[in-house]
Design a protein around this ligand. Structure first.
Ligand code: ADP
Ligand code: MG
Length: 246
């Protein structure tokens, strides 16, 4: 089986800083591939390069056998390459349901003046409500997003991503700011999600990473220093020295 996502030799510099420096990795059907590394290692930069929000200086992104490197974020999302939605992209003054609908259209608050026709589309509403139900937010659909707790906003981001039915999920720290029980709930949810679409998961919560990841890649100063199973990564001398601080 060929790799669904094939990242080849990606590079991105900010001035003299090499944020990602020749990164290659793959994502296979059904797997969770975790990307770990210290703060500033280049994880978020890499996710943005894959999703298309940040142009790469070099390298390519192949998705489902197709070179999507020249495509915009929206075109990549339409092709099924999941966008990561972050709390910062939620429209706080709008309702939970409205945010899911906007996300499903790949839009932001700017198109809200077209909202009546959008709300009238039952197919979109149904998809949005299904996504909200899956993340446990259905009873909050009519609430203002600003009135949600941090954990509920995280669930909402995931619901937005689900509505686009991506063939690949890109997630940048979905557990961040969740308490222990929230992290556990999200871990269970992601575990079930992998059968739908594989996940490239950037995550600091190592309990979650070790519980979920089929493979782990370790990024340090923009370079992948190791890729393997949890056991292989834990035993890798370069990882222990560079990352686990031994
Ligand atoms: P991580 O997500 O692993 O913590 P990032 O990808 O956010 O790391 O950042 C990698 C490095 O690139 C950091 O040194 C960061 O300060 C720098 N960086 C990230 N984005 C920008 C930017 N837009 N402009 C300048 N430097 C950036
Ligand atoms: Mg980051």
């Amino acid at each position: 089986m060929s790799d669904l996502l094939d990242i080849r030799n990606l590079k991105k510099s900010f001035g003299a800083l090499k944020a990602t420096d020749d990164v290659s990795l793959t994502l296979r059907a059904g797997e969770i591939h975790a990307l770990i590394g210290p703060n500033g290692a280049g994880k978020s930069t890499l996710i943005k390069q894959i999703a298309g929000g940040l142009r790469s200086d070099a390298g390519s992104v192949h998705f489902a056998g197709r070179d999507v490197t020249p495509l915009s974020t929206v075109a990549r999302a339409r092709a099924g390459l999941g966008r990561t939605f972050q709390i910062s992209s939620l429209a706080m003054e709008y309702t939970v349901l409205q945010n899911v609908l906007l996300g499903a259209l790949g839009q932001d608050g700017g198109v809200m003046r077209f909202f009546r026709p959008i709300m009238a589309r039952n197919d979109l509403r149904d998809r949005a409500m299904t996504a909200l139900t899956r993340v446990g937010l259905e009873s909050h659909a009519a609430k203002r997003t600003a009135d949600l707790s941090h954990g509920q906003r995280r669930q909402l981001e995931v619901a937005v991503a689900l509505t686009l039915s991506p063939k690949v999920f890109l997630m940048d720290e979905p557990m961040a700011g969740l308490g222990a029980s929230g992290s556990q709930r999200m871990t269970g949810f992601l575990d079930g999600l992998r059968s739908e679409a594989p996940i490239l998961l950037v995550e600091h919560d190592m309990d979650a990473v070790f519980a979920l990841a089929d493979r782990i890649s370790v990024l340090v100063y923009g370079r992948v220093i190791a890729t393997g199973t949890a056991d292989e990564i834990k035993a890798d001398p370069a990882v222990r020295e560079a990352y686990l601080g031994e």
